[in-house]
Design a protein around this ligand. Structure first.
Ligand SMILES: [Zn+2]
Length: 450
């Protein structure tokens, strides 16, 4: 691979310019800014490296840019997204979020880390491979969506409608970053999520609070209902829910022991004296990565302005999210929640389903995971940190579960302070160049496993 790496170093300036050009094209899904133009730009980048590529429309959403290149016994999917978060607040940026300015070896742009840097790095790796080693040793499929930052609302539909295009032996997810100490990170799954609103109604309009003697208060109704979902020790008490929660398998507990978990720093950063239940070390990690949650994200009722207003509210609403572990499908949790509330006399409380995503998980011994680890050891010269799954959620299950393709994630071009979704999002040029080399090494390693 020496010639391959040398080619990347020789062409580094042009590879950076390619990334700058894509970062200079806004693609803000939430504001419907520049989506079509960016899809076209990514399409032509794919075509320039020799891929057969096209835009695949999905309902009313952003098109998926799909491409294939190479032949071989194995097929690998690269999943990325070309949309970005809104850049606001603009006044906090040191340079224009779409100027893609480079200062002291760092590229600043909305989308540089999440996720254009990884997207372009993968394309540049394919170019470098072909120029120095000829035909690719496997078949690559590129799936670049344009709605990740607004919840991948049509990705499930895209996958269902295009199953024939998505057959593969492995998938490399979006991207990722090194951790605080610079070690490469790889993760194999994500929690699921169910997001709901609970709504309660009282009188048909707000009343003088003296009527609290005779008229029900929907805010109290919600408080009583919420209090039945969790106990004072922070254990979930939704009927039947914990029956679906299992201890992590022993081989994954071993992985947990190798994760550098800087709990002191985290607690100091959050300004809390200790974690819930006083858990520490591996126990805390276990709870963080394998425990389901029920979180009150917001509560609205009555008067919350300045001063006092004696009012009996006519309605109350709470936003709740549940982070879900393997057996807890969003549908099942919704059903358990409904029954739990009904059994306690809360039939009047309406549940409005907002979003649901399933748990995703790939086995640590899958060939794509092993290839990703081997490539990381070679390119980064360090043992990667492996998270069996993360505490967050995402649309990975469309690939790992619906299509049954093992997925490895992490190992991206970002670093621990890349400020994704925030002002001054950035990546280090050196990480980007190293990330291109990593992808070439990964292609070789995965092809060898076929
Ligand atoms: Zn994002």
């Amino acid at each position: 691979m020496e010639e391959f790496k040398a080619y990347i170093d020789e062409n580094a300036e042009r590879f950076v310019a390619e990334l700058q050009r894509l970062c200079q094209q806004p693609s803000i899904a939430a504001q419907k800014v520049g989506i079509e133009e960016t899809a076209e730009m990514v399409l032509s980048m794919l075509q320039r490296i020799g891929a057969r590529a096209r835009l695949i429309p999905v309902a009313e959403g952003s098109p998926v840019v799909y491409g294939t290149i190479g032949e071989g016994p194995r097929t690998l999917i690269f999943y990325n997204h070309y949309d970005v978060q809104p850049p606001e607040p603009l006044e906090e940026w040191k340079s224009d979020p779409f100027a893609a300015e480079i200062r002291q070896g760092v590229l600043y742009a909305r989308g540089a880390a999440d996720n254009k840097g990884d997207l372009v790095a993968r394309l540049m790796a394919v170019e470098a491979y072909q120029k120095t080693r000829g035909e690719l040793p496997l078949k690559l499929k590129f799936v670049f969506e344009g709605e990740e930052e607004i919840g991948s609302i049509h990705l499930g539909q895209f996958v269902e409608e295009n199953r024939g295009l998505l057959e593969a032996d492995g998938c490399i997810w979006e991207g990722g970053s090194k951790d605080l100490s610079g070690r490469p990170v790889i993760y194999l799954g994500l929690k699921g999520i169910l997001y709901v609103e609970l709504r309660a109604k009282g009188a048909k309009r707000d009343l003088h609070s003296s009527w609290a003697t005779l008229v029900p208060n929907p805010a109290w109704r919600l408080v009583w209902a919420l209090a039945s979902l969790k106990d004072e020790n922070d254990r979930l008490t939704v009927d039947g829910l914990m029956n679906h929660v299992e201890e992590p398998p022993p081989e994954e507990t071993d992985l947990l022991r190798q994760i550098p978990f800087e709990e002191k720093k985290i607690k100091a950063d959050f300004g809390i004296p200790h974690f819930l239940g006083g858990v520490k070390g591996v126990e805390a990690l276990k709870r963080h990565l394998y425990g389901p949650t029920c979180t009150i994200c917001g509560f609205r009722s009555g008067y919350i302005g300045e001063g006092s207003k004696t009012v009996l509210p006519s309605e109350a609403m709470v936003k709740l999210d549940f982070r879900l572990v393997p057996d807890l499908e969003p549908r099942l949790v919704l059903d358990l929640l409904r029954k739990h509330l009904d059994r306690r006399g809360f039939k009047d409380i309406e549940i409005v389903e907002m979003t649901g995503e399933q748990f995703a998980k790939s086995p640590p011994d899958a060939p794509i995971v092993q290839a990703a680890l081997e490539a990381a050891r070679t390119i980064y010269g360090q043992e990667p940190v492996v998270y069996p799954n993360l505490a967050g959620s995402g649309p990975m299950y469309h690939f790992s579960k619906a299509l049954g393709i093992p997925v490895a994630s992490g190992m991206g071009v970002s670093h621990a302070q890349s400020r994704i979704h925030a002002p001054n999002e950035n990546i280090k040029i050196a990480d980007y160049i190293q990330g291109i080399k990593y992808i070439g090494e990964l292609i070789v390693r995965f092809a060898e496993k076929g």
